[in-house]
Design a protein around this ligand. Structure first.
Ligand code: RB5
Length: 141
């Protein structure tokens, strides 16, 4: 069974819960790294928590949600084996997998409709890395 790690800050909390509910209907094991309830928190704490795990296990996929998606993306990309992509449409979600082999999707709850967020997640989870010429390029990141 596929394993997905998910985390947010307070701004992304509601969307995180919504995504969890949606993914739980699929054959996906979701590991929620918090927060477990709505409270003001700092996004880097949750981005670090999740990214550390992805950095050590290449088979894992992550979902990080904050207000804009930017803070989560910036923090996650400090890790060597992480390629986090802020996606606000399906095309980006697709390209981030096809060309960049992204292993974390970040979403901005304040700027992205729930329906669009789900489309991005679906595309992200169902698109395979193209490999080929892109392999040498991502090695250069
Ligand atoms: C929190 O107000 C907000 O700054 C955070 O969710 C995120 O957008 C940061 O990049």
């Amino acid at each position: 069974m596929r394993k997905i790690l998910i985390a947010s800050d307070h701004a992304g909390f509601k969307l995180k819960e919504f995504i969890k509910k949606y993914l739980s209907k699929k054959k996906i094991k979701i590991i929620d790294l918090g927060p477990s309830k709505f409270a003001k928190v700092d996004y880097p704490d949750y981005a670090h928590k999740l990214s550390k795990k992805i950095n050590l296990n290449k088979k894992l996929t992550g979902v990080l949600v904050c207000g804009s998606g930017l803070g989560m993306e910036m923090t996650a990309n400090r890790y060597k084996n992480v390629r986090a992509a802020l996606c606000y449409n399906q095309k980006l979600a697709k390209l981030s997998r096809l060309h960049n082999n992204a292993n974390i999707i970040t979403l901005g709850s304040r700027l992205t409709k729930k329906s669009v967020a789900l489309k991005c997640i679906n595309t992200f989870l169902n698109t395979k890395f193209e490999g080929g010429r892109h392999t040498k390029r991502i090695k250069k990141i």
